[in-house]
Design a protein around this ligand. Structure first.
Ligand SMILES: Cc1cc2nc3c(=O)[nH]c(=O)nc-3n(C[C@H](O)[C@H](O)[C@H](O)COP(=O)(O)O)c2cc1C
Length: 209
């Protein structure tokens, strides 16, 4: 016979579920083994088709309601987001038995303090991706990393990286809604919170799972 779930404190508590949601999201910044370290980011292309890809979560500010990612300013997703800022972020934490669906608006920062700091605090190897000579997604005749051959297999130094800084962008997702699904044999729990701009506060309610 299945043992009943040992239910967490937040099971029937909307406020604690919200705290747990932010805790799981934020864990992805520092814990590489956390599922929220590599969420799926959704955008909408010019034809209205949803497009998804994995990205590394770099920073979370609960106060600012932002999630920060890094990407190539020449990428397809950058073009999509300039056209339509609507963004979704999907996390499934199997150990926690929690799915988190976030929606918000993307803000690109390719110049200024946020992007400069993000660039300078990334490792040289991580920044080497931005040394690709052509934009990511450009068709090529032969298989290739797209990097200049002289840097293949090597770690670039700061001087070598400087020329490629303009290819780097910080992508900030300004969170507007957070949806929560907690799986339990005793009964699933689902909730959604949205940022109420008038009240300047989060407003949440339970949903039928
Ligand atoms: C584990 C993993 C982590 C990734 N992290 C990033 C990332 O942080 N930023 C990024 O732009 N692409 C990242 N990618 C690549 C994207 O998933 C995607 O293939 C690429 O950005 C091109 O997407 P686009 O054509 O929609 O712009 C990652 C892929 C994997 C598999």
């Amino acid at each position: 016979m299945n043992q009943p779930d040992s239910l967490p404190e937040y099971y029937d508590d909307l406020t604690l579920s919200f705290e747990e949601a932010w805790g799981l999201i934020t864990a992805g910044v520092t814990n590489r083994n956390s599922p929220s370290h590599m969420p799926v980011i959704g955008t909408v292309d010019a034809l209205g088709v949803p497009q998804m890809r994995v990205m590394v979560l770099r920073n979370v500010s609960r106060e600012e309601r932002t999630l920060r990612f890094h990407t190539d300013s020449r990428s397809t997703k950058a073009a999509q987001l300039h056209h339509n800022a609507a963004t979704s972020v999907l996390i499934y934490d199997a150990a926690a038995k929690v799915q988190i669906r976030i929606s918000g608006k993307a803000e690109f920062s390719s110049q200024g303090d946020i992007a400069d700091t993000a660039w300078l605090t990334s490792t040289p190897f991580a920044r080497r991706c931005y040394m690709a000579e052509a934009a990511p997604g450009t068709p090529i005749a032969e298989p290739s990393s797209g990097l200049p051959t002289w840097i293949e297999g090597k770690q670039p130094d700061e001087a070598q990286l400087a020329d490629y800084r303009e290819n780097f962008a910080a992508l900030l997702v300004k969170v507007e809604t957070i949806e929560w699904l907690y799986l339990a044999n005793a009964g699933h729990r689902r909730a959604r919170w949205h940022w109420d701009t008038g009240q300047h506060a989060w407003a949440g309610c339970w949903l039928i799972p």
